[in-house]
Design a protein. Structure first.
Length: 277
């Protein structure tokens, strides 16, 4: 079981450690708000809206007084930096995470232990699981498979022919992606199902092209490490079919020329993190 907070600067606080444990939380509370026209009896629904969420949790500090005070000071510095700089951290439940700010903390000391009540504000009210799928150039031996997960998911995404693979969106909604192409490549074009993703540009050896559907950017990076240059390729994206179209629900065949290597990061969203993952 993983339950932790990681600040925007990478400071990690595990809520399941020997020195800090969660005693209660409502991280699986979930709901939608109906909007529409009032009727004599009830409502004619026009849409459902999901608002930003605030979760509550109670933590117990299990260390010595000196250790507890040091942990509280570090926790303060991490969360306040996020708030003042409007840079969210992340709360993790196993392999799912949600962008968040720790907006409130209320210490409740007693004679036995140090308790702390916190509020976790999530402006984007969804939990996301990232899965990275690798698609190798046809000249590369890819017998080890295309997947590169932090957790060992047992899937095989190799296609039967060069330049062919597949991805699976097993959520209830279309899935946003990040597509990262590695050079060399000329005018890379990738088909996912019936939709293609294409950018008119040339990637030399060591260059990368990133289509980021979350931030709706298309960026090419070139140059040596430490001297990388970012080039905006937004205007060179395909205009006929949007590169920001998410992956459809279900399994999709992936096709490309087979002449270049690329990765797809799928951002699988749920209203709540899976209890068993």
């Amino acid at each position: 079981m993983i339950l932790k907070y990681i600040s925007s600067r990478g400071r990690e606080f595990s809520f399941m450690s020997d020195g800090l444990k969660v005693m209660g939380s409502n991280f699986h509370s979930s709901g939608w708000k109906a909007e529409g026209r009032d009727l004599e009896f009830g409502l004619k629904v026009s849409r459902f809206k999901r608002e930003a969420l605030t979760y509550q949790a109670q933590l117990v500090l299990m260390g010595t007084q000196e250790e507890n005070f040091a942990l509280l000071d570090a926790f303060h510095d991490a969360r306040v930096f996020d708030i003042r700089n409007r840079r969210p951290g992340k709360i993790y439940w196993n392999s799912y995470c949600a962008s968040c700010y720790i907006t409130s903390i209320d210490p409740q000391p007693d004679e036995f232990r140090q308790k702390v009540n916190i509020e976790v504000f999530c402006p984007y009210p969804f939990w996301v699981k990232e899965e990275v799928i690798k698609f190798y150039a046809s000249a590369v031996d890819a017998d080890s498979g295309y997947l590169d997960y932090e957790y060992d998911f047992l899937h095989d995404y190799k296609g039967k022919t060069a330049g062919e693979g597949r991805i699976t969106n097993d959520t209830a909604v279309p899935c946003r992606m990040k597509i990262m192409v590695y050079g060399p490549a000329v005018n890379p074009k990738i088909w996912i199902g019936e939709h293609y993703y294409s950018v008119l540009c040339t990637l030399d050896e060591g260059d990368t092209l990133t289509i980021d559907q979350v931030n709706e950017t298309v960026i090419r990076e070139t140059g040596e490490l430490g001297r990388r240059k970012k080039i905006n390729e937004f205007n060179n994206r395909s205009k006929e079919e949007s590169v920001f179209t998410p992956a459809p629900i279900g399994q999709s065949v992936v096709n490309w020329s087979g002449s270049f290597y690329f990765e797809i990061t799928m951002y699988k969203e749920r209203d709540e993190a899976k209890w068993k993952d």
